[in-house]
Design a protein around this ligand. Sequence first.
Ligand SMILES: [Zn+2]
Ligand SMILES: [Zn+2]
Length: 361
Amino acid sequence: MNELIVNLHMHTRYSDGHGTHAEIARAALQAGLDVVIVTDHNVWVNGPEDYYREGDKRVLLMVGEEIHDTTRDPQKNHMLVIGAGRELAPFAQNPQRLLEAVSQAGGVSFLAHPVELSAPAIHEPDISWVDWSVQGYTGIELWNEMSEFKSYLKTKLHAIYYTYNPKRVARGPVEGMLDKWNDLLAEGRRVVVIGGTDAHAFPVRLGPMHRVLYPYEFHFRTVNTHLFVPQPLTGEVGEDRRMILEAFRQGHAFIGYDLPASTQGFNFTAHGMDTTACMGDEVSAEKGITFQIHLPQPARPRPTECCLLRDGKLVKAWRDKPLITHIDTEPGVYRVEVYIVYLGKRRAWIFSNPIYVISGD
Ligand SMILES: [Zn+2]
Ligand SMILES: [Zn+2]
């Protein structure tokens, strides 16, 4: 399997972002990404989807869309649509109909920032997902960096502090988000998780000072979705797009916060009698499962804690261990969370997608 570093969920001048597709591609090349996915609000921009190159580096820029119902107040139910290859914003008022249109078009869909509470200090409303009766979405955006940023802005002073200290912001998904995911999994759904930056490169003015809040390149070194594809990218857009969409659909992915230390090389697999399952897959519990967790080794040593969970509850935790094995016979939804100490705080570093262990009889 080949690992791709993907940064997704961002806006250009076509909606409320402040950069162009070409600027985003350049920032992505600088940050060393394999794929970058632009999702402007309610507009599918046909044209910029392509490989962008600089020297011997290349990045695939894909164009998706973030669709929400603009007639709602506040404007809730934001959905990330990737790979549909057409404008689907006209379906915004009916999320279920929209999901069906995405799947007919061969795309994947993720509920964006499903929990995003209001921030009165900066006059931002609650834009959480509300229509939980919908069926057929690929997954949810578990960690959205802008939702998290917003959740810390209790006063204007906090806004100034975090704007000037962006490395101190990220600690993990907003409160309630992991519970929401666990609840959805407990209903028996397969819910793929991704991490998004929601990059806008907002210019901010604080008195005489001008600053860009989270330049694209900064964001691209933070919360990434790491995808596993069966072949290396070919450089042919259509073929590579198909492979990437399939990896999203299968949940062959994990979320990595790459700023404290690169999460490249992480893996979580389950080995049964004669089968091997990777993240997103299903495996039978028959005669026991051996789980393996590989943790990347930070270039500078940093304390880590790796937690294996079954149905949202801790099975076991390990500290500072690069290679972990665990044998189990219980069916359930297994997943891994890893924490790292960075700038004096314990911060989320990795969220795996689940491995679904089903009963052997
Ligand atoms: Zn949104
Ligand atoms: Zn957005």
